[in-house]
Design a protein around this ligand. Structure first.
Ligand SMILES: *Cc1c(COP(=O)(O)O)cnc(C)c1O
Length: 404
């Protein structure tokens, strides 16, 4: 029999899927929904107020990234930014080469455009990652060919938290260009999962393009941005008005842009402290899981420098992740299997598969991603029920019979 809690506590452990909007972010956004609703392109005062808000947000973000304001293109999401980076570079530079380097563990917002390009005459090299989900810098460099126009590698993985050596890859790409006297390949990184915890200085990372979005950093959903280094030309995907210097048409989402800037400011200000706090929580949780539950394994890098401090991805052998997720939901515990984007399909995570994990093990994985609201008391609550849920499901599991 499974234990019943006296009171069900709501514990959100899916911050890699999305985060709530921070109060301070919401306050900053609020005026631009109603009172200051003007179109930034309008010439009267109301429009100018909106335009100023967008300009200030752009400046603030540029400052945080160590970039120039004109390097920032606001978009409608992280997915749009990834598409703009990849397809925008391709449209402008495909006459120079039709080869791209990436990883098999990228987000679908990168993989799908690459798959589409591969059907249309492009070659894509997916550099393999190790069992820990990390890519070898040298292997990336080796994959670059004379016809490579773009390298796109994510900063931090959304499923198992691997932090790739982005700065080192950037340095090697600079060396390659110098040695070969070329401006190619351009260098893009999807940093959607990095904004809360990692350094986003584009000069230190040597990126030419970098994707960020609001919904993973306590900002609003449905807003993103692309950093674009001066001198890197891209073609727009959305045509229309001249907004964003004709690189992305459409009336600016003023409240969301203001929110994005505020969220990024707060995230970068608090990142050291919050990283340390969450690393301790995840380490504690993992230690207790190992103590209380047999046959578990941690997916992705060891807890430490190469792993996002808020991510714990665990395989509970001989169980279906989906079943566990639903049982845990009964206790108010919200986590995920694989990524939210694939939860409607029963395919196991493409990320864990790309790390060489067998099908059944990928199926039994759960992702817990911690955030601002979580405390040690949350973990202690979960630990009261998790071992019993695992034991019960293992007893019921048809996979049990496959165990040697
Ligand atoms: C969430 C996420 C995206 C997509 O961002 P949206 O704003 O949801 O479109 C892209 N890449 C990574 C790594 C993400 O975590």
């Amino acid at each position: 029999m499974l234990p019943k809690p006296k009171k069900i506590k709501k514990i959100y452990l899916d911050h890699a899927a999305t985060t709530p909007v921070d109060e301070r972010v919401f306050s900053a956004m609020k005026p631009y929904f109603m009172k200051e609703f003007g179109n930034p392109s309008a010439l009267y005062n109301l429009g100018r107020t909106a335009q100023t808000a967008v300009t200030e947000a752009r400046k603030k973000i540029a400052g945080l990234l160590h970039a120039l304001p004109e390097n920032i293109i606001f978009t409608g999401s992280g997915s749009e930014s990834d598409n703009l980076a990849i397809l925008g570079v391709v449209k402008a530079h495909q006459h120079k080469g039709k080869h791209i380097v990436s990883l098999g563990i990228e987000h679908h917002a990168v993989l799908r455009p690459l798959e589409d390009l591969a059907k249309n005459g492009f070659a894509v090299t997916y550099v393999p990652v190790g069992k820990d989900g990390l890519v070898d810098v040298e292997a990336v460099v080796k994959a670059i060919r004379p016809e490579t126009i773009l390298v796109t590698i994510m900063y931090a993985n959304n499923e198992m938290g691997a932090i790739q050596p982005i700065a080192e890859i950037g340095r090697e790409i600079l060396k390659y260009r110098k040695a070969h006297n070329t401006i190619y390949p351009f260098w893009h990184s999807d940093a959607c999962q990095a904004s809360e915890y990692l350094d986003l200085d584009v000069e230190k990372l040597h990126v030419d393009l970098m994707t960020l979005n609001g919904s993973k950093m306590y900002g609003p959903k449905g807003v993103g941005m692309l950093y674009l280094r001066r001198g890197v030309s891209i073609k727009p995907l959305i045509l229309g008005g001249g907004q964003e210097k004709s690189r992305r048409a459409g009336t600016e989402n003023v409240p969301a842009i203001v929110g994005l800037a505020k969220a990024l400011e707060l995230a970068q200000k608090d990142k050291a402290k919050e990283s340390a706090r969450l690393r301790e929580l995840t380490a504690y949780f993992w230690k207790k899981i190992q103590e209380k539950i047999p046959d578990v394994r941690l997916n992705g890098p060891a807890i430490g420098e190469s792993r996002l401090p808020n991510n714990l991805n665990v395989t509970f052998m001989n169980i279906e992740g989906e079943a566990m997720l639903l049982y845990l939901d009964e206790y108010g515990i919200m986590c995920s299997t694989g990524s939210a984007c694939t939860s409607e399909s029963l395919e196991p995570s493409h990320v864990l598969r790309a790390m060489g994990m067998p099908f059944e093990m990928a199926h039994g994985s759960l992702r817990f991603t911690f955030g601002h609201s979580n405390t040690r008391a949350d973990i202690d609550y979960i630990l009261k029920y998790l071992p019993a849920v695992v034991a019960q499901l293992r007893e019921m599991s048809p996979m049990q019979s496959q165990k040697h």
